[in-house]
Ligand binder design. Sequence first.
Ligand code: NCD
Length: 305
Amino acid sequence: MLKHLMSPMDMSVDELRDLMELAGRIEADPAKYSKICEGKILAACFYEPSTRTRLSFESAMLRLGGQVIGFADAGSSSAAKGESVSDTIRVVSAYADICAMRHPKEGAPLVASMRSTIPVINAGDGGHQHPTQTLADLYTIYSLKGGIGHMRIGLCGDLKFGRTVHSLINALVRYPEISFVLISPEELRVPSYIRDDVLKAGGIPFEEVEKLEDAMPDLDILYMTRVQRERFFNEEDYLRMKGFYVLDKQKMTLAKEDMLILHPLPRVNEISIEVDDDPRAVYFLQAAKGVFIRQALILRLLGLA
Ligand code: NCD
């Protein structure tokens, strides 16, 4: 049984399918699940800014009838006094039944999980992984396309620092006939631990290109990402990169009729708001679906479904 969730690789393709089916049942009949977590507490320990992930975890637990405690920035927790993640989680284990943790340091939730007596969910660790965003991404594709596989997937933007991209690639390579177009400026290409260790080692077809327009016509899914300002070493480099891609109506004329545009959000300027009304733009729906899949995950980790 799944004990913690650190990476999307912690779940097999079969387990992921079961989880997405459960999310589908919750989405279809939320009332049926509205009391199942009565008496249970989720601790949301967020050492780094977040809107969607924290609120969607909180909303997921509240919609299951459970309760929520936690902190939304490291400054308001004892981390500001120098407490280690290991000590914090030992205490949190006594206060809650499950913990979602976001941390700027890669691996911090993993360290916590080793000390924890309750399930720990990695809610994003530095530029590394973001498995529950991946669950939301997979569930969106699965529910809107009727399954996952036989798809050409474009990932565009900051592929170097974007942890959602790293987790999503890790998860998708296990599905049949997936090919990738990695669309980024030279400086923001995917790290070698993805390009070499995951894509090349797995014999997964992929291309790296700089121009979005060139990739557009063949894509089934376009996953846009923002340039990760907070992970740049200097502001000048960020400013040079931030306007590199802007998806607008004009570029959308090149896309297939049924291509889906996903984005983990927050959006900065990489998708023009004029695209929001296009039926292929599903990023707000994706954020909504993120709650159902987190409900399913909480139930699984607590052994309640
Ligand atoms: C993402 C993240 O935190 O990595 N946001 C999210 O959780 N939806 C993407 C981002 O911040 O760009």
